[in-house]
Design a protein around this ligand. Sequence first.
Ligand code: CA
Length: 230
Amino acid sequence: MIGQDILVAEDEVKIAGILRDYLTKVGYRVACLERGDLVVPYVRQKQPSLILLDLMLPGLDGMEVCREVRKFSEVPIIMITARVEEIDRLLGLELGADDYVCKPFSPREVVARVKAVLRRVYAPPADKTLVAGDVTLVPETHQVLVGGHELKLTPCEYNLLKTLLSHPNRIFSRNELINVVQGYDFEGYERTIDSHIKNLRKKIAGCLPGKGVISTIYGVGYRLKAPSGK
Ligand code: CA
């Protein structure tokens, strides 16, 4: 499953702690921030998979944070608000949040919402053709075309490429990619990912000499570069 790193932006330490405990228990990695003005730089640097964002935050309020994040990122955002009446107003503002929860909430319900949003956002439709620059992947026929040539990929390479292509320019950590290839490769080590990526690059370079389609983000992971920011 893609989507492992959750950012909880909540200044009520007790609530943040409860969310962290519940989310950690079901396998997510969780970071917490207590100030709104710290969220944007964090998201730029760490690219979390989802943000749980409290509306009332010191530094910068949740609405402003949401607007700022949307200027550069499509990361799913679940807004947390203290009043149910707020939700209608927030929906009207079209902030680009993916879901809303109201305090007091049941932590189980929040976990269910997180899972649902991540599933919706990160699972590409099975039959949608994915295109970025010179690379095209057709899930229906399992074909990969690079610069007009068909590539023969192993199942691991195919799934890695499909994942990278599903969100061009998004950085995927090695851990996220390990989850993608699990089931094909029981030795899900980070180095295994590196060698699959190396092979994938070699095959792509065979059709597109001199073009580095997959970039390494040192210490973080990989991404597939797409022209014009798409
Ligand atoms: Ca608050």
